[in-house]
Every structure is written in structure tokens, then in C-alpha cells.
Ligand binder design. Structure first.
Ligand SMILES: NC(=O)c1ccc[n+]([C@@H]2O[C@H](COP(=O)([O-])OP(=O)(O)OC[C@H]3O[C@@H](n4cnc5c(N)ncnc54)[C@H](OP(=O)(O)O)[C@@H]3O)[C@@H](O)[C@H]2O)c1
Length: 218
């Protein structure tokens, strides 16, 4: 599958590297292709998929699936500069964070809408999913800890797109679990806050993840 990863920072770079490793062709959507850090990132990609970089519009229009990994405050512009997304699968990996002097201080929205639903409003006609927002990029680089897969929930509408997203999330090592429609971003974004708060403020560090333990009584 051809995947556009819009934003090539910690999350975008890591996911792109994992997708290329899983055999997908990745085109990063970047603001400045001549930036030395873009060449440095591309040099870290190890096939079998291919990696390249383009502006947001060229990247997104070439792809079947588009992943947004931009800071929240840049995300509306990133979506709008990607051109028409109708008919494409879109993953919103962002967290709508508010920052203060001490770092992240909570979510900018959440009770009556969510970042995921805002992205769906900007990406008219796209099949939008919320996932990859719940743990740090270090876990995305390697989601298996002590032999157990970290869970990664997926919210979005039912249909072919959801299975594609679940398969993609599972292909890089996560225990991918469907959590229902996109409106469940309203609970996945606070879940991301649980990880950020414990990792940073409670000093648990960034090398931990959520995992599901299940007593099978069905
Ligand atoms: N960090 C984590 O562990 C983590 C985990 C889960 C979710 N998230 C969420 O994922 C998002 C990205 O986090 P991050 O840590 O990867 O941030 P980051 O390292 O700062 O990377 C953000 C990237 O977005 C790019 N960017 C900004 N505006 C853009 C635009 N209009 N078009 C294209 N690219 C643009 C930046 O490019 P420039 O170099 O040009 O500035 C940079 O490469 C945030 O919403 C965050 O809340 C983060």
C-alpha cells in the first residue's frame, strides 16, 4: 500500500520507518524537502518498502492511506494543504494538547467533539480513524515488551477501511483492537493523556505501554 505520512518528526519518522519495514511504500509530507533532517530521516529507512518525501499535497494525493502526525495546532493547515482526501483512508495520530510552562497541560477539546472528529470535518469525504495517539513513539518503534504486544485501539467507521487500518496497526506489532466509531476518539485522546501524565509527570518513563489481560468467559 502507498502511505503518506504527513509530518516527519518523532511519530511520523517512526511510523514511516515501521511501515517501510512492513513492505509499504511511504511518502513523507514535509514543509521543506531541502531540510537536512529530511535526508537524514530517509537515510534511516530500511526496505523492503520505498521511502521518499514531497510536499503535503503531492504526498497525500499519491497515497491510498494518509497518516497525520503533526502538532495539533498545525493539523488543520496540514490537512487542508493535503488537497482533496475524499475516498482515502485517513489516520489521525495527533493529540489535541494544550501546552503551558510545565509542558502538556491537558486537552484542548473532548466532551462534545475530539481531535479525530475535527480532522474528519477538515478531511471531507475521507474515511477517518483515530489510532497511534495512545503511547509514545518509542513504543511504536517496538510494541513488544517482555513478549507481550502493547494494545493500540482503533476508532472509526465500520467497513473495509477499518480492517485495513487494524491490519496496518497489527503489522507493526501492536495488539490492534477496534473500539467503535470515530466519536470514541473522545476516550482515546484522554487515554493518551494517561500515558503522557504517567510517563512524564509521574516519572514512569517512556518505555511502558498499555496491554490487555483477558479472562475468557464468553
Ligand atoms: N511524541 C510522541 O510520543 C507522541 C505519541 C503519540 C501521539 N503524538 C502526537 O503526534 C503528533 C506529533 O508528535 P511528534 O512528537 O512527532 O512531534 P514532532 O517530533 O515535533 O514532529 C512534528 C512534525 O510535524 C511537522 N509539521 C508541522 N507542521 C506541519 C505541516 N503543516 N505540514 C507538514 N508537517 C508539519 C514538523 O515539521 P518541521 O520540521 O517542518 O517543523 C515535524 O516534522 C502530535 O500531535 C502529538 O501530540 C505524539
Amino acid at each position: 500500500m502507498k502511505i503518506a505520512v504527513i509530518g516527519a518528526g518523532n511519530v511520523g519518522g517512526t511510523l514511516g520507518r515501521r511501515f517501510v519495514g512492513a513492505g509499504h511504500d511511504v511518502v513523507f509530507g514535509v514543509r521543506d524537502r531541502a531540510d537536512a533532517k529530511v535526508a537524514a530521516l530517509l537515510a534511516t529507512m530500511k526496505g523492503p518498502g520505498e521511502a521518499s518525501a514531497a510536499d503535503n499535497r503531492a504526498a497525500a494525493q499519491a497515497a491510498t492511506l494518509v497518516v497525520f502526525t503533526t502538532p495539533w495546532e498545525a493539523t488543520q493547515q496540514a490537512v487542508e494543504s493535503s488537497g482533496p482526501l475524499a475516498g482515502k483512508i485517513v489516520i489521525d495520530a495527533t493529540n489535541p494538547l494544550v501546552f503551558g510552562a510545565g509542558g502538556s497541560e491537558g486537552l484542548a477539546l473532548g466532551f462534545s467533539t475530539s481531535g479525530g472528529e475535527m480532522v474528519a470535518g477538515w478531511a471531507q469525504g475521507a474515511d477517518v480513524f483515530k489510532t497511534f495517539n495512545q503511547v509514545g513513539w518509542e513504543i511504536m518503534a517496538d510494541p513488544v515488551i517482555e513478549g507481550r504486544r502493547a494494545v493500540m485501539f482503533v476508532a472509526g467507521s465500520e467497513g473495509k477501511g477499518k480492517q485495513t487500518v487494524i491490519d496496518l496497526v497489527a503489522s507493526i506489532g501492536f495488539d490492534a483492537l477496534d473500539i467503535g466509531p470515530l466519536s470514541q476518539s473522545r476516550i482515546l485522546e484522554p487515554l493518551g493523556q494517561v500515558w503522557i501524565h504517567t510517563a512524564m509527570k509521574m516519572k514512569m518513563g517512556r518505555e511502558w505501554a498499555f496491554s490487555v489481560v483477558r479472562r475468557d468467559k464468553r
